[in-house]
Design a protein. Structure first.
Ligand SMILES: C[S@@+](CC[C@H](N)C(=O)[O-])C[C@H]1O[C@@H](n2cnc3c(N)ncnc32)[C@H](O)[C@@H]1O
Length: 411
């Protein structure tokens, strides 16, 4: 316990953390902060501190999931926020492996091996997460089931509004014309494809590896009476054929893995018309290449990796795709996750009934951890627009604002 006490004593400077050990000893760290309520945790047995010291994120996550790390005052989001705030990225906290060149090199090597997602592995990885049951996703996502960073034109906006605005923000960057053919790589439950068809009169092919998503997406297209123009297929991005005027990929690149980045862009380039436009929307990291934490890999997104901008651009440059516009969404995913986390907490009883208490705690740890990573850690969301020909788009960015305003008016 002494080592943990020393560690927490150094780390927690702002805000209050109270730790009650298994033997009833109470230790207080930090000082009152009007922005952050005090968090009190109880360690149910003597091994918890040891497990956390040995493997901080995984040890804490598993102790929390197993009910051995109990939060008696506050919640898991508050605990992670307190820890992240004190070690925040801007002050040099987080992503520490990246500071040491040897660790960084080994971490990158391991990441490259871990994220070697061949087709069968990609299918297993996707099923692990997205085939958990549509009901779960209904409980915490917006009504359109957008499972990616929303766009808050005002931080107070509802999640529904922000997800609609995200679709308009992306559609504007695609510079769509009626009748064009659009490919949506990683289409989820079909919301973006249906939206693009509705607001821009385009034909869309959406591809996913999730059976549950495919079924829902097709049902939605049929219900909207556009099944002839908005099609969905269960196809790996590697196996898509044809030529498309536009390609959009939202929240899917995180599943590709660094060893496949060049091939991903090569494939996209071969599918994109010579005067085509592509928009890639992906979680990213702001501090250069890194690794995926063990909790995320083991329990949430096996094979997942959030890319650094340098990794994305190095790969896309190597196949001569021109990055015509790059935007870093710095705060939007933290806001999105706050909504997802609050909805999950509000749906606790339903989630426990569908799965169990341990699953519920795992899910809240996942969302709270991600929120901390976007609010105080090194994560952000990138939107990168690509073209093959430098003359494809207007010479200035003015068209974006005009198009976005027109799209927003369509709702
Ligand atoms: C986080 S979801 C995003 C869904 C949707 N674009 C959205 O924003 O709500 C990731 C999507 O990528 C798809 N995906 C992952 N790996 C894929 C692959 N190798 N080929 C095609 N789709 C893939 C998943 O099936 C899922 O639909």
């Amino acid at each position: 316990m002494a080592a943990i006490d020393r560690f927490l004593g150094k780390l927690i400077r702002e805000g209050e953390l109270r730790v009650i050990s298994a033997d009833g000893r109470v230790a207080d760290f930090g000082k009152p902060d009007p922005q952050r309520p005090r968090i009190t945790i109880r360690l149910a047995d003597a091994r918890v501190a040891f497990d956390i010291a040995r493997h901080p994120r995984l040890g804490a996550a598993e102790a929390f999931m197993d009910g051995r790390l109990l939060i008696e005052e506050g919640d898991i989001a508050g605990l992670i926020d307190l820890i992240r705030f004190n070690g925040r990225w801007e002050r040099g906290g987080g992503n520490l492996a990246a500071k040491n060149p040897i660790k960084r090199h080994l971490g990158n090597l391991r990441a490259r091996l871990d994220r070697l997602n061949w087709e069968a592995k990609s299918r297993r990885n996707v099923a692990h997460h997205y085939d958990l049951g549509n009901r779960l996703y209904d409980l915490f996502l917006d009504a359109d089931r957008q499972y990616s960073c929303a766009y808050f034109t005002d931080p107070a906006n509802s999640l529904e509004q922000a997800q609609t605005d995200k679709k308009a923000h992306i559609a504007a960057k695609l510079d769509l014309k009626p009748g064009q053919r659009v490919l949506d790589i990683g289409c989820g439950w079909g919301g973006m494809a249906l939206y693009l068809n509705r607001v821009a009169d385009v034909d869309v092919l959406g591809v996913t590896l999730s059976e549950e998503q495919l079924k829902t997406a097709r049902e939605r297209a049929a219900a909207a009476g556009v099944a002839d123009r908005v099609k969905f297929e269960l196809i790996d991005y590697r196996n898509v054929t044809g030529t498309f005027d536009r390609i959009v990929s939202v929240g899917m690149f995180e599943h590709v893995g660094p060893p496949r980045y060049r091939n991903f862009f090569l494939k996209c380039r071969s599918l994109l018309a010579e005067d085509g436009v592509m928009l890639l929307h992906t979680i990213g990291r702001m501090g250069g290449p890194g690794t995926t934490d063990a909790f995320t890999t083991r329990y949430i997104f096996p094979g997942g990796y959030n890319p650094a901008l340098s990794e994305i651009i190095a790969a896309s440059e190597s196949v001569k795709l021109i990055a015509s516009d790059v935007e870093t969404l710095r705060l939007h995913y933290g806001l999105t996750l706050r909504h997802w986390y609050d909805r999950t907490v509000a749906a606790r009883d339903a989630i426990v009934a569908m799965y169990d208490e341990r699953f519920y705690r795992m899910w809240t740890f996942y969302l709270a951890g991600a929120m901390g990573a976007f609010n105080q850690g090194g994560m952000c969301n990138y939107q990168i627009q690509y073209i093959r020909n430098r003359r494809t788009l207007p010479i200035t960015r003015d068209y974006l604002a005009d198009a976005e305003a027109a799209l927003r008016a369509k709702g």
